[in-house]
Design a protein around this ligand. Structure first.
Ligand code: TXA
Ligand code: MG
Length: 328
């Protein structure tokens, strides 16, 4: 069968599986999702079981088009339409008051729902073929690093899914920006590739940055996105001394660093790209690869403090928090 025909057949099969209450892993531009029919409480319950995720942590509903917004939410503020037109398909999730179509199981009983249109051809083909909304979290076990390839998904979930659509490595590499538009003022719940400054410029309005009360989203738990190996975030000026000290202690160390940073040869080291988009794209794959080396610790050079680095820094701080070992 020619490649295109094979692809269409796979998408049709995946859509049928969704219709029959099954779980489908699919690629998005950010990370892989574990999808189910958003309107089937039984199928949605299977997602929580597969991930080991507490039931009160809501799921994002993925839609085929930005003009489906009013099928899934109500009392929609003008800002939502502006952002939807500007950024969808794309790595932005909007939190809005939910329409009655959205079951309790998707929202964890909350009155709001997270919505987004993913920017990946396979995800969009699947959504079109299925015809409904797809509820999908990242396709990893609860609290673990999100998968950016199908191999990562298999490591995480084994065969808990009924079908996998393989779209290769994800382009963005970290989860979508989440913006809560259900209150009086827009509030950033999770930084991502679309930055706070970009959203403020488009809305011509200030956005509240994430606060300590934002534990509604599990991505906001301090120790989320954590590899199993202890991870330390280290300032550039201290990195070399920290590596040498640990090596002298007999530790086996893995290091991720900026391109210009010189590193001793006696550690497992990888130079990351010089820009935040490159870090985002590689970060989870590198963390996974290092996590499999049975190392005593991962040292990560703290990236620059600029606003462009907010999303990458957020994931790194959370990964480090699991081991309460920030070296600033
Ligand atoms: O890029 C992404 O957003 C990926 C891809 C697959 O779309 N999805 C993803 O889903 O990261 P998940 O479930 O791993 O993270 C979604 C976050 C969670 O922290 C969840 O609590 C939050 O979105 N969320 C969903 N609905 C919400 C709501 N109504 N209110 C507040 N937070 C919500
Ligand atoms: Mg997740």
């Amino acid at each position: 069968m020619p490649a295109r025909k094979k692809l269409l057949a796979a998408v049709q099969r995946a859509a049928e599986i969704l219709r029959s209450g099954g779980l489908v892993v699919f690629p998005t531009e950010t990370v892989y999702g574990l999808g189910a029919d958003a309107e089937s409480p039984a199928a949605v319950a299977r997602i929580f079981a597969a991930k080991g995720r507490p039931a009160d942590h809501p799921l994002i509903v993925h839609m085929a088009r930005h003009d489906h917004l009013n099928q899934w939410s109500r009392d929609i503020p003008p800002a939502a339409f502006v952002l939807a037109r500007r950024y969808w398909p794309g790595p932005l999730t909007l939190i809005l008051h939910r329409a009655c179509r959205v079951p309790d199981g998707v929202t964890g009983g909350q009155d709001t729902v997270g919505l987004r249109v993913p920017d990946h051809p396979l995800a969009l083909m699947l959504l079109e073929a299925f015809g409904g909304g797809i509820a999908a979290p990242s396709a990893n076990r609860f609290g673990q690093v999100s998968p950016t390839t199908v191999a990562h998904v298999r490591e995480e979930l084994g065969d808990a899914m009924d079908f996998i659509l393989d779209g290769g490595p994800c382009r963005v590499g970290i989860e979508s920006t989440i913006l809560d538009l259900s209150g009086h003022q827009p509030r950033l719940l999770r930084p991502g590739a679309i930055t706070l400054a970009e959203i403020e410029a488009v809305l011509e309005q200030s956005v509240i940055s994430q606060g300590n009360d934002a534990l509604r989203a599990p991505g906001m738990l301090r120790s989320h996105y954590a590899p199993r190996t202890p991870l330390y975030l280290v300032r550039t000026g201290l990195l070399k001394a920290e590596i040498c000290w640990r090596i002298r202690q007999g530790q086996r160390i893995g290091v991720l660093a900026m391109p210009a940073t010189q590193l001793p040869e006696s550690c497992l080291r990888h130079h990351m790209p010089p820009h935040p988009a490159g870090w985002a794209r590689e970060l989870y794959a590198q963390l996974r690869a290092l996590d499999q080396q049975a190392l005593d610790g991962l040292l990560i050079e703290a990236p620059p403090s600029g606003a462009d680095w907010q999303a990458v820094s957020d994931r790194l701080v959370r990964a480090a928090s699991a081991h309460t070992a920030l070296r600033f």
